[in-house]
Design a protein around this ligand. Structure first.
Ligand SMILES: *Cc1c(COP(=O)(O)O)cnc(C)c1O
Length: 434
């Protein structure tokens, strides 16, 4: 009757990822080569990624098998719980049913290991020795650090300088998992040196850290490759493990979401939750409202242009057609470091352009207020990024209270905030600005 947790047993862990590209109403625009501006070929990506990930990036197959070695690691924490937020519902006095998919139960505390594990696995299979990457808040870096440790790869992380200073414990976690961490911009790469020459006090940005990590991989004579924690098609595909589990769990709950909500940085946790449901809809099934939530200070989907842009600041990556604030945009140093990215997944951008999903931008104090409310009723401190989803979930539940509608709301609790307590301390001290 009053079940709270909807848990799947390990034998119901999905064994394939879902590729929404197979169901899109119109094909994605091709990525373009940064030099020639011609559509890129799989060979163009070889300096960056191993063959299997390149194949997935271009794949139009509806499903891809998850390798057994990846499933074995997933089983350390997956299937993740789907929880009915009963105490929050009661506190809000809403007729809405609120569920959250708790990705904070992973070893790194967020959804990001869902793609870090397969990325490390495929690189190891291809004989790669080292992976380079960027990290904002440190969630991605700690996920890749663990994945590299599991599969015997060296991990080098360029961490956005403002986060490097704000989040020493994330750095400690990466080092504990065996990675080396460098503050970006750094003196180690040409891109970093150029940024420091222009502004010695540069707080860094994800775009700039990507330039450094890409440069380090490309100049490694093939021993190192680069790993990206969001945005790309193969990353969103790996994250669909979230939504596929949620579909099974909503069946257990004998319910179906009217509204899906996720915080959107590069779009991977939002896409991971929403795409399996949107795929149903695209194939003629039940309709669902999907809302991507972003910081008002980095409003990529709500205010960015839908056009070709680079993924990084220096213009080393291919150009993708996406919502973007411009590759030289440096977002203000808000606490939700994982949402400070100028671009957006091409898949999410295309679905937004075709009106299959909504986007909303929210200021950070309103997000922390929602995060505190959630923590006080559900006992979980959300990551600053995840508070964006919590904010809109609460707003939608309050709208239900107004209208008297009993909607079913499912949101992605993309991570816990145990490494982000300074952000909460600053919020309580009234130091956060919008
Ligand atoms: C990285 C991160 C995000 C944002 O990234 P997406 O690619 O949009 O999923 C959101 N929440 C948490 C906890 C993160 O670590």
């Amino acid at each position: 009757m009053s079940q709270t947790k909807f848990l799947l047993s390990e034998d119901r862990l999905p064994t394939t990822w879902y590729n929404v590209v197979a169901d899109l109403p119109k094909p994605l625009e091709p990525m373009l080569h940064p030099g020639t501006r011609d559509p890129i070929t799989p060979a163009d990506l070889e300096p960056l990624f191993p063959p299997e990930l390149i194949a997935q990036e271009f794949s139009t197959a509806a499903t891809v098998d998850i390798p057994g070695a990846v499933l074995d690691v997933y089983k350390q924490w997956r299937p993740s719980p789907l929880v009915r937020a009963r105490r929050l519902e009661k506190a809000l006095d809403t007729p809405a049913r609120i569920y959250f998919k708790n990705e904070g139960v992973s070893p790194a505390g967020s959804h990001k290991p869902n793609t870090a594990i397969p990325q490390a696995y495929y690189n190891k299979q291809a004989g790669v020795e080292r992976l380079t990457t960027e990290t904002g808040a440190g969630q991605w870096g700690s996920s890749l650090a663990l994945a590299c440790q599991y599969f015997g790869l060296v991990c080098e992380v360029y961490m956005v300088k403002v986060s490097y200073q704000q989040k020493p414990y994330r750095r400690g976690l990466m080092e504990t998992f065996g990675a080396s961490v460098t503050a970006s911009p750094s003196e180690l790469t040409a891109a970093g040196r150029a940024a420091l020459a222009a502004d010695p006090n540069s707080p860094g940005s994800l775009g700039l850290a990507i330039s450094e990590a890409v440069e380090a991989a490309v100049s490694s004579n093939g021993t190192a490759k680069y790993a990206l924690g969001s945005v790309l098609n193969h990353v969103l595909m790996h994250q669909t493990i979230i939504g596929q589990e949620a579909q099974l769990q909503m069946e257990l709950a004998e319910d179906y979401p009217d509204i899906l909500i996720g915080a959107a940085g590069g779009g991977s946790n939002f896409g991971g939750l929403a795409l399996p449901f949107l795929g149903e809809q695209l194939r003629g099934g039940r309709k669902v409202r999907a809302i991507a939530v972003e910081p008002a200070s980095c409003p990529t989907l709500t205010e960015g242009k839908f056009e070709y842009d680079f993924g990084d600041t220096a213009g080393l990556t291919p150009l993708t057609k996406m919502h973007t604030l411009g590759h030289d945009f440096v977002p203000p140093s808000i606490h939700a470091g994982g949402l400070r990215y100028h671009g957006m997944s091409p898949i999410i951008s295309a679905l937004k352009d075709l009106d299959y999903l909504e986007a909303r931008a929210v200021p950070q104090t309103a997000c922390f207020e929602a995060g505190v409310t959630f923590a006080r009723h559900e006992g979980i401190v959300p990551a600053p990024e995840s508070t964006h989803a919590v904010r809109v979930a609460i707003d939608e539940a309050l709208a239900c209270k107004e209208s008297g509608e009993a909607k079913s709301i499912v949101f992605s609790l993309s991570g816990h905030g145990h490494f982000d307590m300074q952000a909460y301390i600053d919020y309580f001290a009234g130091k956060l600005k919008d």
